[in-house]
Design a protein. Structure first.
Length: 66
């Protein structure tokens, strides 16, 4: 669903998917909050809706298309 929201805003081409299942450190860190969007040290953890995603993108200087 998070990917669908990113596709809706036209930013899915910026996404790199990382499987945390084989990384104990990431699995412990994120666990139930995946998926997580991350830019540098700023993160948006699931659950989020399209409005929260838009605000997060704007706050991080990312242009999106409605």
């Amino acid at each position: 669903m998070a990917l669908a929201l990113c596709q809706q805003l036209g930013v899915d081409h910026l996404i790199r998917i990382i499987d945390i299942a084989t990384n104990d450190e990431l699995f412990l860190r994120y666990g139930v909050t995946i998926p997580v969007l991350s830019i540098d040290d700023r993160e948006l953890e699931w659950p989020f809706d399209v409005q929260q995603l838009q605000l997060w993108l704007e706050n991080n200087g990312i242009t999106y298309h409605k």
